[in-house]
Design a protein around this ligand. Structure first.
Ligand SMILES: C[S@@+](CC[C@H](N)C(=O)[O-])C[C@H]1O[C@@H](n2cnc3c(N)ncnc32)[C@H](O)[C@@H]1O
Length: 290
């Protein structure tokens, strides 16, 4: 079954995501793409990767936002249009499936594709794409999913913000270890991609799978550093960790609830911060395939 994500949470994480992604890897992706790249954004959610990467590519480009959740794709279209207008870009809709953002760097074309990616690459229009990109997706997928993608793709593959499994909430709390162990275990739960999720092993599994197909793979750390002023993000993050730990170890319920209450109170008082390990990956196909 497809894991569902709340648009509010995706909006909340957009600024820390934007700060965390490794710029050099994105620039290397940009250099490997053609003059008018066509990108498939897998698990696009509310379109946060588009908003971050399109100005880095800084040229005419076409995006297909792929997600199982039609509400998120609709939300993405609205958010992209609103933010474009807010910075002074003109927006038009040549038909009801396409949005065009007119920028000084050329037109940015956005379309949506509602698709359950469980069987990907099946259903993906790879023949009409120059690159496959995603953010905050590949720790949800399974090893067999990654192997299939690596075998099928002969295009640049960029996967940002894959969790490592190490999250530090500061200052320390006696129940940190209990919550962290439960959270890490929960990340390996089947998230609807045909097997246990890769969780903290995602970047390594992708690197192995793409290297085995002759891709040149580069990775870079992209940790979230969430400061004391980001109170809502911190309290939602702590609640999310506690819920995940509770699912895995309900016998520790009292300890976990105590931890969540303490962390929420610290967040509200501006006394909490967090560092959450992620990494980005860029896999470029063998030269003869480009
Ligand atoms: C953690 S969210 C990341 C969203 C977005 N990339 C971002 O960073 O804001 C994961 C996204 O993958 C989508 N997703 C999860 N499972 C899916 C599936 N089986 N097929 C298609 N999309 C899926 C969710 O709807 C959600 O938008």
């Amino acid at each position: 079954m497809t894991e569902s994500f709340d648009a509010d949470w995706l909006e909340l994480r957009e600024p820390p995501d934007a700060r965390a992604r490794d710029l050099r890897l994105a620039q290397a992706l940009s250099a490997a793409l053609p003059a008018r790249p066509r990108l498939l954004d897998l698990g696009a959610g509310t379109g946060s990767l588009f908003r971050w990467l399109a100005p880095i590519l800084n040229r005419p480009q076409a995006w297909t936002l792929v997600d199982a959740d039609v509400t998120l794709i609709e939300f993405a279209f609205d958010t992209i249009a609103d933010r474009a207008v807010a910075v002074g870009f003109e927006v038009s809709a040549p038909n009801k499936h396409t949005l065009l953002v007119h920028t000084p760097a050329g037109a940015w074309r956005i379309e949506g594709l509602v698709l359950d990616l469980a069987d990907a690459p099946h259903g993906l229009p790879l023949g009409r794409a120059d690159g496959v990109v995603c953010t905050a997706l590949c720790d949800l997928v399974s090893r067999s999913w990654v192997s299939r993608m690596a075998e099928a793709l002969r295009l640049p593959f960029y996967s940002a913000l894959n969790v490592h499994g190490d999250a530090r909430f500061l200052p320390v709390h006696p129940a940190d270890g209990t919550v962290a162990r439960g959270f890490r275990r929960d990340q390996l739960r089947d998230k609807g991609f045909g097997g246990p999720a890769l969780g903290g092993g995602a970047t390594r599994a992708m690197a192995e799978a793409f290297r085995a197909q002759g891709f040149q793979v580069t990775t870079a750390p992209s940790p979230w550093r969430i400061g004391t002023h980001e109170t809502r993000m911190l309290s939602d993050l702590a609640q999310g960790h506690a819920q995940a730990a509770m699912r895995q170890a309900p016998r520790n319920g009292e300890v976990i609830t105590g931890w969540a209450t303490a962390r929420t109170a610290q967040a509200r008082r501006g006394r909490l911060r967090a560092v959450v390990g992620h990494s980005d990956l860029l896999a470029l196909p063998p030269r003869r395939a480009r």
